[in-house]
Design a protein around this ligand. Structure first.
Ligand code: GAP
Length: 448
């Protein structure tokens, strides 16, 4: 990340360029909810695609799943979320602001839910007022299924996608006939009624998770845990996150969630400090064991080699798309002086860039528009593209630099005679002349 990146600049860029908008903005917004604009949805899809490719498509031991958001409420009893998925909350008696007591008490990693406050905080950090005693607040959103709103119809929006994979363990095993070790991957929305959402899209009430439940033979879990920590760390580096702003940290015993034997976090150095992008937990046989107990079903694996039935252990790499998107944007943001002007630039990895190629006629001259539109039509089947003919060419290059477009293709008056165009590269600003007939191949070499 360049030292020029700040959360304020990022929020402004995201709004101005259609990456992230405040949800329901025309009604004053709603805390902890965000909408992704035309460029944001592309960036988000690219992050999800890169993850799916690495953890499902390119592996022979992984399969995908897309489970429902609302599940039978007993799932949350079995998983422990109904009893323990809570944060300690305090209110200021004067200004009525609400805080997470554990965050006031000490700087804890963002997702360390389920831990009681260690010591009561005496004063409100905003107004100095007196605070209430901490009380536990369950983070799950409640709703009702069906037309009657009574205790029997209570259901919850899932706070993690993980449980969909545990309860489908038997279905997946039976239909895919996978042998241990194997994993299930899922991308989907999760909901948490966070007491203090904030830091832009870092901590939301509605967000998207990318989770893996990797089932292994007990006794091999520690080895597989290390495998996934290394794999996942490498994935971030491959997508260009600065190594000096990325670290892997093993959690202390008292930071572990109720289901975990051991957990590592991949953390990024945001302006607000080192913060979790992904947790990689050894969940042991906790979840399968609990679901077997609560459902009465057998959730075991028959090991043909030993002739034994085993309850697999689970390694869980779990990340959040919104948080990753913020990290990739912060890391890519840069500013540099070019010919006496400041150029803002997103040095995004080409796989993540929302738009891969921008098509820019030198001007709106009526001779240039038809070939420019033809070039645009030529590229659209291959990549996400943009056509821009408003204002001077220099300004249009800057607009594309600011949203991370790796290549601009310029159609000028020479194009009318030589049937060639100029490809301009974002980071170096170098330009090469390429015949239109070779344009797709030339860009493919650079982009694919
Ligand atoms: N299944 C395990 C689990 O959900 P977690 O550490 O609570 O573990 C995993 O969440 C990831 O989900 C986090 O590393 C983070 O990237 C993302 N995440 C969690 N809570 C979030 C929130 N309120 N807003 C945005 N992302 C969140």
């Amino acid at each position: 990340m360049s030292t020029k990146a700040t959360v304020e600049k990022l929020v402004s860029l995201c709004k101005r360029r259609g990456i992230v908008f405040q949800s329901s903005e025309i009604y004053g917004g709603i805390g902890g909810f965000w909408d992704y604009g035309p460029l944001g949805v592309e960036l988000k899809n690219n992050i999800k695609r890169a993850w799916w490719k690495a953890v499902v498509q390119e592996r022979d031991d992984m399969v995908g799943l897309d489970a429902a958001i609302v599940m039978n409420p007993t799932v949350w009893k079995a998983s422990g979320h109904l009893d323990t998925f809570a944060d300690p909350m305090v209110d200021c008696k004067d200004c009525k602001r609400r805080f997470r007591a554990d965050e006031l008490a000490r700087h804890v990693p963002a997702s360390a839910h389920g831990h009681a406050a260690e010591a009561p905080i005496l004063r409100c950090p905003e107004c100095g007022g007196e605070l209430t005693e901490p009380r536990m607040f369950n983070l799950m959103f409640r709703t009702y299924v069906g037309p009657v709103e009574d205790d029997a119809s209570v259901a919850y929006l899932r706070p993690e996608t993980a449980q969909g994979m545990f309860v489908n363990f038997g279905n997946v095993l039976q239909t895919t006939r996978k042998k241990l070790p194997f994993g299930i991957a899922q991308i989907g929305k999760a909901f948490r009624n966070e007491i203090t959402p904030g830091n832009f899209i870092f901590r939301d009430r509605e967000f998207e998770q990318m989770e893996i439940e990797y089932f292994v033979k007990p006794g091999t879990d520690e080895e597989w845990h290390q495998h996934w920590v290394e794999e996942r760390h490498r994935w971030y580096l491959n997508l260009g996150l600065s190594p000096e702003r990325l670290r892997v940290r093993r959690l202390d015993r008292e930071e572990l969630a109720h289901y975990a034997k051991d957990t590592y976090e991949v953390e990024y150095l945001f302006p607000m400090g080192w913060s979790e992008l992904e947790g990689i937990a050894n969940r042991t046989d906790f979840d399968l064991g609990r679901h077997a107990e609560f459902s009465g079903r057998v959730l075991e694996y028959f090991d043909e080699e030993t002739g034994e039935h085993v309850v697999p252990y689970v390694i869980e790499p779990s990340s959040g798309v919104d948080r990753l998107l913020m990290a990739f944007l912060m890391d890519a943001y840069d500013e540099e002086e070019v010919r006496g002007e400041t150029r803002a630039i997103l040095r995004l990895h080409k796989d993540l860039a929302p738009t891969k190629v921008a098509v820019l006629p030198l001007s709106r001259n009526e001779q240039l528009v038809p070939p420019a539109r033809e070039v645009w039509a030529l590229l659209r089947p291959h990549w996400m593209t943009q056509y821009d003919d408003a204002q001077a060419i220099g300004r249009r290059y800057r607009r594309q630099d600011e949203v991370g477009t790796p290549y601009c293709v310029t159609i000028d008056f020479d194009t009318l005679t030589d049937q060639a165009v100029t490809i301009r590269e974002r980071d170096s600003m170098e330009q090469v002349r390429v015949p239109i007939a070779n344009l797709v191949a030339a860009l493919r070499e650079k982009l694919d």
